[in-house]
Design a protein around this ligand. Structure first.
Ligand code: GAP
Length: 496
């Protein structure tokens, strides 16, 4: 079990993640990524794009601003509905999310509760302010969007976007034409989202500025069903752990045995599972999909499962991404709000496309990788990240800092640095270099020793097993790339 303090300490010491504006005491809900964290982030985004845009040639990325005019979020429903229930302490003035207070007391999910339920629970459980013991005010709705003025007059209002999704709806009409009116059509947005969370906590789990990677797929139910049925056919026997809304426990089930959910939904659920288990290499026993009952779903969702990870550091099963069937809600709202036709022609007249949304919180996905990958064992601390995601794929060192070994190691580094995320260092003992690199997830360490000068061979050490193989310098980049891509195995080279 990884302890949160230990992992946060490693993240700060080694250059992954820490609180923003730290030198001023920080501000809750904002985090910075250091040099290794930023690389991990970039790698994750690249893999996400490669995987999900690879599902269909008509799934594309767009790039859009983080500020939306007021009218956009009014039409989408966020101005009226995007709120959490807040209670204030009448004595010290601290504010809390009502559902979190209830959850902390009962251990049960209370996210679905409205003002009335929270009020009743506060009385029933006799809850008081965790900071000072004071009594609470009546619960109120708190809209989580950051509002701002656009321009100097103060007349134009806008919001920092609370989700990246809206950008895809705003661009649907233009992209539909630019992509030659082909459907299904997917528009992905990767960027910051902003929510003025009442009580940000659990590190990057609940932030006020965070990053999302969201893919909105526009399709027409009844017209494009056969496309998704055919795609689903290929993955229908994928086994996933699912907790249905009415069930007490999650159970492992083949997707084809879920009979009440349409193929367009199950197909994308299966692909999200594949991304988590194959690309992120998360243990299938530590991931599950949880179906949200209607009272817990956002106002725009018809079917909603969250992908959850069993975290060590932030208290068990928590959501990292979600699959939302938003129906035709969004385009309908924007058609009305903008007075612009957003329907498309079909054989049976014009129809408004429906949307299925794959919604990823990038920071939570990164935390899942760190939480599951970090092993602060007694004899060594090491980070187990997949080779394509790790911020440092290979490190090169000379055994000692003399006799031409640093120069030779630099030559090897220059070759590897062309195609891999490579690092070179010569300070400290070899043991300390291994320790530093193990802790940041360097998959392979290459050491140049006196034999290298004789026969042009080097050792490669594997972070997971700490075992070593000896290979010729001529083949080193090919071997390491093969190992990273999973095309070669370390054991094979050990034997040969
Ligand atoms: N477009 C749909 C949408 O935004 P959501 O469930 O509110 O749905 C999607 O958010 C994902 O964004 C979540 O699964 C989570 O990973 C991430 N997320 C949401 N709020 C967050 C926060 N305050 N801090 C960090 N990540 C957050």
């Amino acid at each position: 079990m990884t302890d949160r303090e230990e992992l946060e300490s490693m993240c700060k010491r080694r250059g992954f993640i820490w609180q923003s504006a730290e030198i001023y005491g920080g501000e809750a809900g904002f985090y910075d990524y250091g040099h290794l964290g930023a690389r991990l982030l970039d790698n994750w985004k690249r893999e996400w794009k490669e995987f999900f845009l690879g599902l269909d040639e008509n799934y594309q990325v767009i790039h859009t601003p983080s500020i939306h005019p007021y009218r956009v979020l009014e039409a989408s429903g966020h101005v009226d509905h995007f709120s959490d229930v807040m209670v204030r302490c009448e004595r010290c003035g601290s504010s809390f999310r009502g559902d979190q207070l209830v959850e902390e007391e009962t251990g049960e999910n209370a996210e679905w509760m409205g003002k009335e339920e929270i009020s009743e629970k506060i009385l029933e459980l006799d809850l008081s302010c965790p900071d000072c013991g004071g009594t609470f005010s009546e619960p109120e709705d708190f809209n989580m969007m950051f509002q701002l003025d656009i321009g100097p007059t103060g007349e134009k209002k806008g919001f920092l976007r609370p989700e990246t999704a809206q950008s895809a709806y705003l661009n649907f009409r233009r992209e539909f034409r630019a992509l030659r009116k082909k459907m299904p059509m997917g528009l992905a947005t990767i960027g910051s989202a902003f929510r003025n969370e009442i009580s940000p906590r659990r590190g990057v789990y609940r932030m006020r500025e965070f990053q999302q990677a969201e893919l909105q797929i526009f399709f027409l139910p009844g017209i494009h069903d056969d496309i998704y049925e055919a795609k689903f056919e290929e993955i229908k026997d994928t086994k996933v752990r699912i907790k249905r809304a009415e069930a007490e426990e999650a159970k492992e089930i083949e997707l084809q045995d879920i009979e009440d959910i349409p193929a367009f939904y199950l197909y994308h659920l299966g692909e999200m599972y594949r991304f988590a288990s194959e690309v992120m290499d998360l243990d299938p026993k530590e991931i599950r999909f949880r179906e949200l009952p209607s009272e817990e779903r956002a106002f725009y969702n018809k079917i909603h499962f969250d992908l959850e990870v069993d975290f060590d550091t932030i208290g068990g099963w928590k959501e990292i991404s979600g699959l939302h069937y938003r129906s035709d809600h969004d385009l309908k709202q924007h058609q009305e709000g903008s007075n612009t036709k957003l329907s498309v022609p079909t054989d049976n007249g014009r129809k408004i496309p429906h949307v299925i949304e794959l919604s990823y919180g990038i920071d939570r996905n990164i935390w899942a990788l760190l939480d599951k990958g970090y092993h602060p064992d007694d004899d060594r601390a090491w980070l187990d990240l997949p080779g394509r995601l790790t911020p440092r794929q290979v490190a090169v060192f000379p055994l000692v800092r003399k006799d031409g070994l640093p120069e030779k190691s630099r030559e090897v580094y220059d070759v590897l640095d062309d195609d891999l995320l490579a690092h070179w260092e010569k300070s400290g003992s070899i043991g300390k270099r291994y320790a530093r690199n193990d802790e940041v997830g360097t998959r392979y360490c290459v050491t140049i020793d006196y034999d290298t000068l004789e026969d042009d061979t080097v050792t490669i050490r594997d972070v997971e097993s700490t075992e070593q193989i000896r290979v010729s310098i001529d083949e080193i980049d090919e071997i390491i790339e093969g190992l990273i891509e999973g095309e070669k195995s370390f054991q094979y080279h050990q034997k040969s």
